[in-house]
Design a binder for this molecule. Structure first.
Ligand SMILES: *Cc1c(COP(=O)(O)O)cnc(C)c1O
Length: 368
């Protein structure tokens, strides 16, 4: 069996033991060490660690002091946390369609959706490749919008040399299956000293000095135990990413030209970190996407459908007052991609023969 993801935290033990022995297991020096290493990687002045990626998004929106009716423009093709975080922050969500090459916000569609109440642009760097920040960042600046990046899947990715998470407030997830994990965890990156300070106060019940409350806050803290799990991975992140990239290149070379299948393009100027390797199975393929997925599972090849529908296409969002005017017909590219996307194993634990087995099996099933 070749799983779709493998969690490797085998190098975490020494630091975790150190924390356990110290008896100080909640937020402390290990979290600070994790944060400074993370800030270096993302090329930002600050990294604020929190307890998961969803709260990273919520906290990033909360420090922007949004008012009822303020709108956040985001992608309809994403994990549900993107949407839930916006709703948790009390903002109204507007969806702009994606492009089918980077699976991220299409700047032209964003321009059509931005209105007088729009305050935040939230691109999602899906599968490990950044959105088109060369167009999206200037667009946000032109309309006076804050940029909050959902970089949950894109630690280490760059756009024209600039790291994901350095274009505004960067929100990362450290969930078990992400490229870097602390089991559960999240990070917000930013350059602004005052915003970073407010995030730190917000994550700790709004408290600066003991029992001195500045804002109505929350408990968003990461623990030293979790930070200890993640630090060694940050230190070997380049190797983790290189292994994913090698596997992606081998998959791409092997799968190119398979009838009905499109390999994921790497766009110029973007360094992809391959959180997922996602192919599109078109309508003329020998098997439907779902049939191919089932066949692969049967033959011991893990796979995943990220994501089977556009994010708002569920009953719980249909009448939601903060999700107005959302319809799959309004985001046709996202709706089509959701029917065609299939992710194949690309994680660092794959051997060359694993990758070759994936390639040969997919090609055989699609009649190549
Ligand atoms: C994983 C993920 C999140 C949420 O992160 P959690 O740590 O699971 O809360 C948000 N957005 C995207 C795109 C993700 O993949």
């Amino acid at each position: 069996m070749i799983p779709i993801t493998v969690v490797d935290v085998s190098d975490a033990e020494p630091l975790v033991r150190e924390v356990l022995r110290s008896g100080a297991i909640a937020q402390g020096p290990m979290v600070r060490r994790f944060e400074s290493t993370f800030a270096e990687i993302s090329g930002t002045r600050h990294a604020v660690a929190v307890n998961n990626g969803t709260t990273a998004l919520v906290a990033a929106l909360q420090v922007l002091d949004l008012r009822p009716g303020d709108e956040v423009v985001t992608s309809p093709f994403t994990f549900v946390a993107t949407l839930n975080a916006i709703l948790e922050a009390g903002a109204t969500v507007r969806f702009a369609d994606i492009r089918d090459d980077d699976f991220a916000l299409d700047p032209d569609r964003v321009a059509e959706v931005v209105g007088p109440r729009t305050r935040v642009l939230m691109p999602v760097h899906l599968y490990g490749q950044t959105a088109d920040m060369g167009k999206l960042a200037p667009l946000a600046a032109e309309h006076g919008l804050h940029v909050v990046e959902d970089a949950a899947q894109a630690v280490g990715a760059t756009f024209e040399g600039r790291p994901a998470g350095s274009f505004g407030l960067g929100c990362f997830s450290l969930y078990a299956t992400k490229n870097v994990t602390t089991a559960e965890g999240g990070v917000i990156t930013c350059d602004d000293d005052e915003v970073a300070d407010r995030l730190r106060v917000l994550r700790n019940q709004g408290m600066r000095a003991r029992y001195q409350y500045e804002v109505a806050g929350h408990n968003y803290r990461m623990t030293d135990l979790h930070a200890a799990v993640g630090i060694p991975q940050l230190e070997r992140l380049e190797r983790i990413t290189a292994a994913r990239r090698r596997n992606a290149e081998r998959l791409g070379a092997g799968l190119a030209g398979t009838p009905g299948l499109r390999v994921p393009p790497v766009l110029p100027g973007r360094e992809h970190v391959w959180h997922q390797y996602t192919v599109l199975i078109g309508p003329h393929a020998m098997l439907s996407r779902d049939e191919l997925a089932a066949q692969l599972t049967e033959r011991g090849i893990g796979n995943g459908i990220y994501y089977p529908k556009v994010v708002f296409d569920y009953d719980c969002y249909r009448e939601h007052p903060l999700v107005p005017e959302a319809s799959p017909a309004g985001v046709p590219v996202a709706a089509a991609v959701a029917e065609q996307a299939l992710s194949l194993p690309v994680h660092p634990a794959l051997s060359e023969s694993d990758v070759d087995f994936v390639v040969e099996t997919v090609r055989e099933l699609l009649g190549a």
